[in-house]
Design a protein around this ligand. Structure first.
Ligand code: BEZ
Length: 211
C-alpha cells in the first residue's frame, strides 16, 4: 500500500551529490521535503531544480531541509548540475539522491508503472520534525510543479501544528484562519485574544495567530 498522511517516513541510506545521506539523520529535528523528478538532462526537471535552488532562503526561513531524487547515477547528477547552473542562473544548493538501484523510489512509491515503468513521477513528500508524512503530491512528468504552492502548504502545516486553526481555501500567509470546530467558543475566547468573527457556529475566522 502507498505511503499515507500520518505514516512514519521510511528511513534509508543512499548516495547523493553531497555524499551518503542517512535520511532520518538528515532531517535532524527539522521539516523536510523529499521530491523526485523523472530524469536528468530534461527540460522541465531542469527548470524545477533551478527553482528549488533559488528558493533556498525561503526553505531555510521555514527550517526545512530539501532533498531531491532521480534514478540517474551520481556522475550524471554532477554533469547535469553544471547545466542547471548555466541555464537557470543558480547552482544546486541541496543534495540530489542518486537512486539508480531504485531503493528509495521503491520505498516511497515514486515509480508508477502505468505512467512509466522506468522513471519516477514528480512526487513530493513533506515530512514533519516528528518524521511523519504531512503531505504527499504526485504530478506527471509533463507538468512542472508550483513550488510557491509548496511553500504555502509549509506555512499552513507549520501554523496548524502550533495553533488550533485550519487554513481556508486559497489561504496565504497573513490571511485570516479558521478556528477548528473542536474548540468551543469559551475556549476560543481565551485562545484567540485578537477575537474572531462567527459566520456560522462551525465557521469562525480569526487573524493569523502567530503574527
Ligand atoms: C522533463 O523534465 O521535461 C521531462 C522528463 C521526463 C519526461 C517528460 C518530460
Amino acid at each position: 500500500m502507498s505511503l499515507q498522511l500520518g505514516d512514519a517516513a521510511p528511513d534509508f541510506v543512499q548516495d547523493s551529490t553531497h555524499g551518503p545521506i542517512h535520511f532520518h539523520e538528515y532531517i535532524d529535528g527539522k521539516w523536510a521535503i523529499l521530491f523526485s523528478h523523472p530524469k536528468n538532462f530534461t527540460p522541465v526537471c531542469t527548470t524545477e531544480l533551478g527553482e528549488v535552488a533559488r528558493l533556498k532562503a525561503e526553505f531555510d526561513k521555514r527550517n526545512v531541509r530539501v532533498l531531491g531524487l532521480s534514478v540517474d547515477p551520481l556522475e550524471d547528477h554532477h554533469a547535469w548540475s553544471k547545466d542547471i547552473e548555466e541555464t537557470q542562473g543558480v547552482a544546486l544548493n541541496f543534495p540530489l539522491l542518486a537512486d539508480a538501484d531504485r531503493k528509495v523510489s521503491t520505498l516511497y512509491g515514486m515509480i508508477h508503472p502505468n505512467a512509466d515503468n522506468t522513471l519516477t513521477v514528480r512526487s513530493v513528500f513533506i515530512i514533519g520534525p516528528d518524521k511523519k508524512i504531512k503531505l504527499t503530491l504526485t504530478y506527471p512528468a509533463s507538468t512542472g510543479r508550483n513550488f510557491d504552492e509548496i511553500l504555502r502548504v509549509l506555512d499552513s502545516l507549520q501554523l496548524t501544528a502550533d495553533y488550533k486553526v485550519a487554513t481556508p481555501v486559497n489561504w496565504k500567509y497573513g490571511d485570516d484562519c479558521i478556528i477548528v470546530p473542536a474548540v468551543s467558543d469559551a475556549e476560543a475566547d481565551k485562545a484567540f485574544p485578537k477575537g474572531y468573527r462567527k459566520v456560522k457556529p462551525y465557521l469562525r475566522l480569526t487573524p493569523q495567530p502567530n503574527l
